[in-house]
Design a protein around this ligand. Structure first.
Ligand code: ZN
Ligand code: ZN
Length: 61
């Protein structure tokens, strides 16, 4: 089962865990990031190759 993560789509490239998101870390707070203050977006992370993909996508390694 692949992992749920949340990412910032801006320059900082932050990737946070579902747990961190559930605990209230829902927007990017990185200084200098062009998406600072924007909500993180949900992604799936393949546990085999670590590639991130959108929830609606089918990922094949
Ligand atoms: Zn960011
Ligand atoms: Zn994969």
């Amino acid at each position: 089962m692949d992992e749920i993560v949340y990412i910032c789509t801006g320059g900082c490239g932050a990737v946070i865990s579902e747990k961190q998101f559930d605990e209230g870390l829902v927007v990017c707070g990185a200084d200098g990031c062009d998406h600072k203050g924007d909500s993180f977006e949900k992604r799936m992370k393949c546990t085999k190759c670590e590639q991130l993909y959108k929830v609606a996508e089918v990922h094949i390694c």
